[in-house]
Design a protein around this ligand. Structure first.
Ligand code: SAH
Length: 349
């Protein structure tokens, strides 16, 4: 997909790269560290805020190193649980969504990794218009920083589960993770970062070789290839055998418990037989199944099973010795499924 922007993208530069920038040459290296702190620790959105820098340098930076971050366009807050859904405008006029959730163990942010998505999952709103472009590392970071700025609260967990397939934007994702966990930056522990993928097996293998301590979640949604192919086009190019081999390889690397997301769709993948097959497939893996009653999307015809059947499915899996949670519904009074706020906004604007 090539370079996203022409010229240096300061928000995506790590400290070493920023320190090597010609603007900080000639004894001004400490200035690079100051700027890095403003951008990545203090959530600055403009050079104007960096009051301990000489005015001249601020002006030069503003002219030559634009900050290509996220600008809050609108936000919806749930009256039920305080969950906030943000719509951000990017520097080229595209929009992305992010979600802020409060849990007892801390605040969590769910970020997008692409504008749109090309994976084509049948139940997902984010993929309807296809992929527009990848996000830069800086744009992924900025979603977290701007939420921190807006809420005034610390973010301790990050999940890459918003719009986009993170492993389809591999280089920027890895850069994002390294910068987010950098002790000179936001310093969020890799153990508190989770990446969710639809199962690009070769990329899962590559990710293991980066030697990161991050958690991996796989969007499974079906117990076998035949059914998976009917709802997830990616299953046509990566079989479950390949995906599970890659997951085992990943697990050998950092020994982090794997999560499997399973969106329950009434009459499709919610039968007792599905539960049994699923349990057989997961046998022996250190894992957790996260059941998500499917979120109805206006353009799609899927319905969630009744709560009773979701519980039954959970009980069946547990009978086979599988750890299961049902995704706590956050912000049910604000725009349902991921990607819907962005789509509705684009239609109205
Ligand atoms: N591309 C990545 C991450 C984005 S989607 C992935 O596939 O994992 C985050 C999770 O939400 C995935 O498990 C996805 O399958 C699921 N999802 C998407 N739309 C949904 C919907 N309408 N209802 C329930 N889950 C949905």
């Amino acid at each position: 997909m090539g370079e996203i922007f022409e010229g240096p993208d300061i928000l995506s530069m790590n400290l070493a790269e920023l320190s090597a920038d010609e603007l900080f040459a000639g004894g001004k290296k400490f200035r690079a560290k100051q700027v890095y702190g403003w951008l990545h620790v203090k959530n600055a959105a403009s050079y104007g805020e960096m009051t301990d820098l000489p005015k001249e340098l601020r002006e030069r930076l503003a002219a030559e190193r634009p900050i290509r971050g996220c600008v809050k366009e609108t936000m919806q807050e749930s009256a039920v649980d305080g969950t906030r859904k943000y719509l951000f405008r990017l520097s080229d006029g595209n929009y992305v969504e992010s979600v802020f959730m409060r849990y007892h163990h801390g605040n969590s942010v769910c970020i997008s990794s692409q504008v749109g998505c090309r994976m084509g999952c049948a139940f997902c709103a984010s993929t309807i218009g296809g992929l527009t472009r990848n996000l830069t590392a800086g744009e992924m970071l900025s979603q977290i920083y701007m939420i921190g700025r807006d809420t005034g609260e610390r973010v301790s967990n990050v999940v890459v589960m918003g719009t986009g397939e993170p492993l389809d934007n591999y280089e920027n994702l890895v850069r994002f993770i390294r910068m987010l966990s950098d002790e000179n930056g936001h310093n969020i522990s890799e153990r508190n970062i989770t990446v969710s993928t639809c199962g690009l097996a070769p990329m899962i293998r590559r990710l293991r070789d980066e030697d990161l301590q991050i958690n991996l979640a796989l969007s499974l949604h079906a117990p076998d290839d035949a059914m998976r192919r009917t709802i997830m086009p990616v299953a046509k190019s990566c079989s479950l055998a390949e995906v599970f081999d890659a997951l085992r390889y990943y697990y050998e690397g950092n020994k982090r418990r794997l999560t499997f997301e399973y969106s329950l769709i009434a009459g499709k993948n919610d039968s007792a037989e599905c539960a049994k097959k699923l349990a057989e497939r997961l046998k022996g893996l250190n894992c957790l199944v996260n059941l998500i009653p499917v979120n109805p999307v206006t353009e799609r015809n899927f319905k969630a099973p009744k709560a009773y059947f979701v519980q039954e499915f959970k009980k069946l899996l547990e009978k086979y010795g599988i750890h299961v949670t049902i995704r706590r519904e956050m912000g049910r009074d604000i725009d349902g499924a991921c990607g819907q706020l962005r789509k509705r906004y684009m239609k109205n604007s």
